[in-house]
Unconditional design. Structure first.
Length: 366
């Protein structure tokens, strides 16, 4: 009997030692160099709950601000079971992102303006008839309707309706535990994604079989796909990614912009003056009321409002990457395989912007 107790005592001791070793390794991850400062929190959970605390939508999360004061512009943490580097350093963010601006043709821009103008008028009339208008939901519908046409070309009505319906299952808050069980948000997202991928793939296959091309926006970004054969799977993934990126950014920013404008009567008054001036000019010239690219470019104050709203609503990570190779940042080494989250904190730097938390479009006046 004593030998049995001794045996189990050894087993329990080994488990405790192994557990303590695992916790130590979790809190003190190794790398080929010195890691950025920070803490990893509890095993698996990490610092997820602190990260997810509610905060003002037009300010950085409280978690990030506290970490910045404690550790500086680049620090390590653990969120949702993953090892994460969070950065507010503009140089590092740009190096990780390595994005390029892709200009579109003038004709494409004109048609985009006209389509958005038509869809906005249509949905606003519908909202006026109902007596209310959900700005974010309406913007999401406009984005999907406009983008589906420009990316995929003309679609069958049922397919377009199915795509729009699927988006209702995609929430804005993507940061959540990935528990893919029936009834959970993740389960609904995955199910909706599979439905969307099926609709997109069927549309691409039909267009390829009939010799038709995809939308002009797709061709503008990826060039002539005739010279380079693109598989159905890759084309489908690209199209789905475009939908996700557009729907995750534009509606939220537009809803926040409307709120900021409504809270600033002087801004609203100046916008109304500028827009009414364009309408009156069209009436004098006996032109149609449809917006043109020239009209959009002539809206000087509107451009200032857009710049300011993009600045002040950029409180979420604008760079999300899985680092594929080690990166040296000063004295620190950022290991491969870690998740990188880059915040545009420079937008709230008081050395660059006077009263950075104030919504002031006139700061962009040149």
């Amino acid at each position: 009997m004593v030998e049995v107790y001794e045996f189990w005592a050894v087993i329990v001791s080994l488990i405790v030692v192994k557990l303590c070793h695992w916790i130590y390794q979790w809190k003190n991850p190794k790398g080929n160099g010195k890691l950025p400062p920070g803490s990893m929190g509890y095993p698996i959970i990490g610092e997820t709950f602190e990260f997810m605390k509610l905060h003002d939508a037009i300010q950085l999360p409280t978690f990030v601000k506290e970490k910045l004061l404690r550790h500086g512009p680049v620090f390590r943490t653990s969120l949702f079971g993953g090892k994460v580097i969070i950065s507010t350093d503009i140089g590092l963010n740009m190096e990780i992102a390595k994005t390029n601006h892709i200009p579109g043709s003038q004709a494409l821009k004109l048609r985009m303006i006209q389509d958005i103008d038509f869809l906005a008028r249509t949905h606003m009339k519908e909202g006026a008839r109902k007596g209310c208008l959900d700005v974010k939901e309406t913007a999401s519908k406009i984005v999907i309707e406009c983008l589906s046409k420009k990316v995929m070309g003309e679609m069958e009505p049922e397919a377009a309706k199915e795509l729009t319906l699927c988006w209702t299952f995609f929430p804005r808050d993507w940061f959540r535990f990935a528990w893919n069980f029936p009834g959970t948000g993740v389960y609904r997202i995955v199910k909706a994604r599979n439905r969307m991928m099926k609709v997109i793939k069927e549309t691409v296959v039909k267009k390829r079989a009939s010799g038709k091309k995809l939308g002009e926006f797709f061709e503008t970004i990826f060039g002539d796909t005739e010279s380079v054969t693109m598989s159905i799977e890759i084309a489908t993934e690209y199209i789905f990614t475009l939908f996700v990126l557009a729907n995750e950014t534009t509606p939220g920013v537009l809803a926040a912009t409307i709120k900021l404008i409504s809270d600033n009567p002087k801004v609203m008054q100046e916008l109304r003056r500028e827009h009414e001036g364009i309408v009156q000019d069209k009436i004098k010239k006996d032109e149609t009321a449809d917006l043109t690219w020239e009209d959009y470019k002539s809206m000087t104050f509107t451009q200032m409002v857009i710049n300011e709203s993009l600045r002040i609503t950029s409180t979420v990570p604008t760079v999300l990457r899985i680092i594929d190779h080690e990166i040296q940042f000063g004295d620190y080494t950022i290991p491969a395989g870690w998740i990188f989250m880059g915040y545009p904190y420079v937008h709230f730097n008081p050395e660059k912007y006077d009263d950075p938390l104030a919504f002031n479009p006139w700061r962009w006046k040149t």
